[in-house]
Design a protein around this ligand. Structure first.
Ligand code: C2E
Ligand code: CA
Ligand code: CA
Ligand code: CA
Length: 277
């Protein structure tokens, strides 16, 4: 047993070393990625469960490296947050989202809402507000066409400036969503101070609603909490007919997930909008 323990330990350290090498490699490649605009947005439909129409799109970062292939955002975003590259990446992606929205407007899809994910670092950046203002002006777009997704960690941040920036974005007309609602050991206290428009229930809840009574009750309670507070509620990670049944039974407004569509490139999104899900 002792031997086995030792072996597992060395497997563990080897894995750690490999991970550190991988992180260092990604970190190096990210600099080029920014320079060469390698990171692109994909878009995942968010469906209005009453109309069954795609009315919103969540923009998700995609990095297809010329040699290494697809590197998921879960791997490079945290590194970009650590080394600050999330600032130029975030700017490039916001710009792409504006281009895409402009394109969709021109094709006649004038009431699509674009959801963008924001990192803490972006909200801490002193030029963020002036950056987005300039962008909207450049593209002649309206803040109301965007919903900015922030995680509970950000909402819970004690950083006065971050809270201030969120309030400013709100007063500029941007909608604010709380992403991954209910994940981890979260508090709901921030809902007393930050005005948000939407709660996005974390996927882990949706995946359990049909198998776990406790989760089902809690999910139903979250939906009703949102309704009571006049907030919209989006279920993420909707993968099956059963998930959907549950959400409809409990009057959830919006659904997003593989059941309807995965995130797709900008060409395909037009096909989806044309054809419906
Ligand atoms: P998120 O914001 O919670 O995004 C939803 C994630 O769930 C996406 O993963 C999406 O592809 C995935 N997903 C959607 N529907 C389903 C489903 O039915 N089943 C399953 N299994 N997964 C589903 P993705 O694209 O890998 O993104 C991971 C995370 O990376 C995002 O989680 C977000 O936190 C972060 N991220 C992605 N793009 C950006 C970005 O532009 N900026 C920032 N700051 N973070 C981003
Ligand atoms: Ca999100
Ligand atoms: Ca997230
Ligand atoms: Ca989420």
């Amino acid at each position: 047993a002792k031997n086995k323990g030792k072996n597992q330990f060395s497997i563990y350290t080897t894995k750690l070393k490999e991970e550190r090498l991988w992180s260092t490699r990604i970190e190096q490649l990210l600099h080029n990625a920014v320079e060469n605009h390698e990171i692109k947005l994909n878009y995942q439909p968010i469906i209005n469960l009453e109309t069954e129409e795609i009315e919103r799109l969540e923009a998700l970062a995609r990095w297809d490296h010329p040699e290494l292939g697809y590197i998921p955002p879960g791997e490079f975003i945290p590194i970009a947050e650590e080394n600050g590259l999330i600032i130029p990446i975030g700017q490039q992606l916001f710009k792409q989202a504006c281009e895409q929205l402009t394109n969709l407007h021109q094709k006649g899809y004038t009431s699509i809402q674009m959801n963008l994910n924001l990192s803490l670092l972006q909200l801490q950046h002193p030029d963020f507000i002036s950056f987005v203002k300039a962008l909207l002006k450049q593209y002649k777009l309206c803040s109301k066409d965007f919903e900015l997704e922030i995680t509970e960690n950000i909402a819970l941040s004690n950083d006065e400036m971050v809270i201030q920036t969120i309030q400013s974005l709100k007063s500029l007309g941007f909608r604010i969503a709380i992403d991954d609602f209910g994940r981890g050991y979260s508090s709901v206290g921030y809902l007393r101070t930050i005005t948000v428009d939407t709660l996005k229930i974390d996927k882990s809840y949706i995946w359990d609603v049909n198998d776990d009574e406790q989760t089902a009750r809690l999910t139903a309670a979250i939906i009703s909490l949102a309704r009571t507070m006049g907030l919209e509620i989006v279920a993420e990670g909707v993968e099956t007919e059963e998930h959907l049944e549950f959400l409809k039974t409990h009057s959830c407004h919006w659904a997003q997930g593989y059941y309807y569509a995965p995130p797709v490139g900008k060409e395909l999104i037009e096909t989806l909008l044309e054809r419906g899900v």
